[in-house]
Design a protein around this ligand. Structure first.
Ligand SMILES: Cc1cc2nc3c(=O)[nH]c(=O)nc-3n(C[C@H](O)[C@H](O)[C@H](O)COP(=O)(O)OP(=O)(O)OC[C@H]3O[C@@H](n4cnc5c(N)ncnc54)[C@H](O)[C@@H]3O)c2cc1C
Length: 439
């Protein structure tokens, strides 16, 4: 029996899934597949990882949904190219469908997989699913890559017709007639966390429903108040792993709150930039910012990681991040700005720390935002702008409600003095960057 494989990656859902819809309409019985990529898992810092636990639970749900619909779900652990090579040997695979991924590693992986499948005369199809506009879809009038968010946002809205937000019909087509049922011994057992060498780690993730209407309607007034539990949508984990589709979230935001829609558009924007400039995953976009003599003091870095800088908003943020894997955007900006300017530590150190800790860790968004804060990116805050963490605190948490939740000892003798004085830190960073830029 000839089959079509649908390879799930960061789209762990059946509904509104572009690539899955195309696979189910291909006329061949579909076998959904998930590969636990050993190249990625080997680099996880801990053997109990909340993100892997979340992925595992979602994959198991997909497997159950597939079986309930009368099909077979495959899950494997290993290197994607090796797994696919084995599957095309074992089954009569005619096509493999999947959704595009714009990260540098994923692009290399997909090029290698495409080549391998071609050698086996298997067609490989990729679909745009995790963003509305990708790659060159939006360019400036002169044909260059947009680097001003305001202009990109305007062009995005001008192009955003309602049909682009319609759901793909994958859920309706997910029926026995379109799925393949493989003999159980051929499907093999699915990996478990233990079989992959991991333990469970549970951290709170909001459910994969759209945020409540009142949260969305008031978003622009609540998003910068970190003490509020529902001040922002908490969509980021679901968007990261594709348990919600970006079309669903944009439909809701478009109908209810343009500010929220603009924030979700930032996500497309950063993915587009990373696709054009994959080198920015590891170096400053701006060549003038590639030789900054960061101090990189390890003790100070550790104090930042552990929330012991003596700046209450920074410390509260880092402790929230360490305990929950989450941090509101406004506080992400404060802690990031403090690391790269006041402590004058390389933004890549902070970017890596966030990558280890954030449940919603997403390369394009993390790189884009860190480079923004460091003043090194394709789109950036001016490199000489240094926000005072104390003024930030006065703006976003004047009654210290958020701070006291995470740093109860603030205001007592147990709380440390500031690790660096604001004005001194600002001048040190600005002068050093100014000198390095002209060299
Ligand atoms: C230094 C730094 C690092 C960051 N790293 C990540 C990351 O690894 N993964 C990640 O998803 N976001 C990252 N962000 C962006 C943003 O902080 C989070 O998306 C947001 O806080 C998630 O919470 P929420 O879903 O409640 O956001 P909301 O404010 O409710 O926004 C809704 C959605 O819009 C998108 N969005 C909002 N703000 C941004 C932004 N500044 N850039 C890009 N997309 C945005 C996200 O998809 C988010 O889920 C980072 C921001 C900073 C300043």
């Amino acid at each position: 029996m000839k089959i079509c494989i649908f390879w799930h990656r960061r789209d762990l859902r059946i509904h509104d899934n572009a690539g899955l819809a195309a696979a189910l309409a291909s006329g061949l019985p579909v076998v959904p597949l998930f590969i636990y990529d050993s190249d990625i898992l080997e680099h996880l810092p801990d053997k109990a990882d909340a993100r892997l636990t979340f992925i595992y639970d979602e994959v198991e749900k997909l497997a159950q949904q597939t079986e309930a619909a009368g099909g077979t779900f495959l899950a494997r652990y290993g290197k994607p190219a090796d797994i696919l090579a084995a599957l095309v040997e074992e089954f009569e695979v005619a096509t493999v469908h999947t959704n595009e991924d714009y990260e540098p590693y994923a692009r290399q992986r997909d090029t290698a997989v495409g080549e391998l499948l071609r050698q086996h005369h298997v067609d490989f199809f990729l679909y745009k699913d995790q963003v509305i506009f990708a790659k060159d879809d939006i360019m400036t009038k002169s044909g260059t890559v947009p680097k001003v968010f305001g202009a990109y946002h305007k062009a995005f809205l001008a192009k955003l017709t309602d049909d682009l937000l319609l759901p793909f019909g994958s859920a309706d087509a997910f029926i026995q007639e379109n799925l393949a049922r493989l003999p159980a011994e051929k499907a093999g057992p699915r990996p478990t966390l233990a079989s992959m060498g991991f333990a469970r780690k549970e951290q709170f993730v909001p459910t994969a429903d759209l945020p409540a209407e009142e949260v969305v309607r008031s978003y622009h007034t609540t998003r910068n108040t970190p003490a509020l539990q529902n001040g922002t949508t908490r969509l980021s984990v679901q968007l990261r792993f594709g348990t919600l589709s970006v079309r669903q979230t944009m439909r809701q935001a478009k109908a209810l709150n343009p500010k929220l829609l603009a924030e979700i558009i930032w996500r497309d924007f950063f993915m587009m930039l990373l696709w054009h400039y994959p080198n920015t995953a590891t170096e400053a976009y701006d060549p003038k910012m590639r030789h900054i003599p960061y101090r990189n003091n390890e003790d100070e870095f550790r104090a930042w990681c552990e929330g012991r800088t003596g700046y209450p908003l920074v410390d509260a943020g880092m402790r929230e991040l360490n305990q929950t894997g989450y941090l509101p955007n406004r506080v992400r900006m404060t802690v990031a700005g403090f690391l790269v300017k006041h402590l004058f530590i390389d933004w890549r150190w902070g970017e890596r720390y966030f990558a280890d800790k954030l449940l919603d860790y997403e390369l394009a968004n993390n790189i884009g935002n860190w480079q923004w804060m460091a003043g090194t990116g394709a789109v950036s805050a001016p490199w000489f702008r240094v926000y005072s963490p104390e003024s930030q605190l006065a703006q976003v948490d004047p009654e210290l409600k958020y701070v006291k939740r995470w740093v109860p000892e603030v205001g007592t003798s147990k709380y440390p003095a500031p690790i660096v004085e604001h004005k001194f830190g600002r001048e040190r960073a600005v002068e050093a960057i100014r000198a390095a830029r002209v060299m």
